[in-house]
Design a protein around this ligand. Structure first.
Ligand code: ZN
Length: 270
């Protein structure tokens, strides 16, 4: 399985889930959504999200295995458990969407927010399955974030331009889960944290609607998305010339958001 095929199959899983979520939100929607209404909606959604997330995890695992076999055909499969999932994790991840949907006369966009958050949980099933395999498998060198060009934003492009995260214990001690991305970026800028550690940490953050993928790196000179990374790296250098820190990031995002940079040129499809 190549990365494009992986992304296409994942998109199929995500699309089906989004359609289902929107349908269920339509059924459970109330003029003023109470906590109980929300709880009922989550209970109706969870089995579908859990199922789609498991499909995503199995697909991610299949992609990892096929990449591994391509690079190391003589090695037996390295087994790891698929990531677990729980209703409480789902409820926590969905909470921001509850606030949007419970506002009186919540706009259509609030329903979309519910769907995009649920979709993120599903996409993460594949990402976590691969990251878990990367962590556990001694022959893998690292992993990279790659873009599909479909939902790629300036932020994602910036992370794609950073290339692979190599497996090492260096960043493992950082517990930065509660720190916002912008705060992290500033900490790196002010020298509080190694910027490489910050980037590695940011690599595992995905916005709702993000369809970036995790790909394993078995060989530094040959992995899916390597050419796209090199092009993204060149673009980063070009568009951030003369800028530092947040200004550099903003300059790069402007180039993406204005369409000056076409994200499709930096995707696994290109
Ligand atoms: Zn993304």
């Amino acid at each position: 399985m190549n990365a494009q095929e992986y992304a296409d199959r994942q998109a199929g899983i995500t699309r089906a889930l989004i359609a289902l979520v929107l349908q269920l939100v339509g059924i459970f929607r109330a003029p003023k959504l109470s906590r109980r209404d929300w709880g009922n909606l989550l209970a109706a959604l969870y089995p579908h999200v859990d199922d789609a997330r498991r499909q995503a995890a199995e697909l991610g695992r299949e992609f990892f295995d096929s990449q591994r076999e391509q690079h190391l055909p003589d090695l037996p499969r390295h087994n790891t458990l698929l990531p677990a999932y729980h209703p409480e994790w789902f409820a926590e991840a969905m909470e921001p969407a509850r606030l949007a949907l419970s506002r009186p006369g919540a706009p259509e966009e609030a329903a979309a927010q519910v769907a995009l958050r649920a979709a993120k949980e599903v996409e993460n099933g594949g990402r976590r399955a691969i990251l878990r395999a990367v962590d556990a498998d001694p022959v893998v060198r690292g992993w990279a974030r790659v873009a599909t060009g479909r939902e790629t934003c300036g932020w994602c492009m910036m992370l794609v331009s950073r290339g692979p995260v190599y497996t090492s214990a260096d960043a493992a001690g950082l517990d930065l889960n509660d720190t916002s991305a912008a705060e992290l970026w500033q900490k790196a800028e002010s020298g509080d944290l190694e910027s490489r550690d910050v980037i590695d940490e940011l690599m595992t953050r995905w916005h709702p609607g993000c369809d970036c993928k995790v790909v394993p790196v078995f060989k530094i000179s040959d992995w899916p998305g390597r050419d796209a990374w090199k092009r993204a790296e060149d673009a980063w250098k070009k568009y951030t010339k003369g800028y530092g820190g947040l200004d550099a990031l903003n300059a790069f995002r402007r180039a993406v958001e204005s369409g000056e940079l076409d994200v499709r040129d930096f995707s696994i499809a290109a």
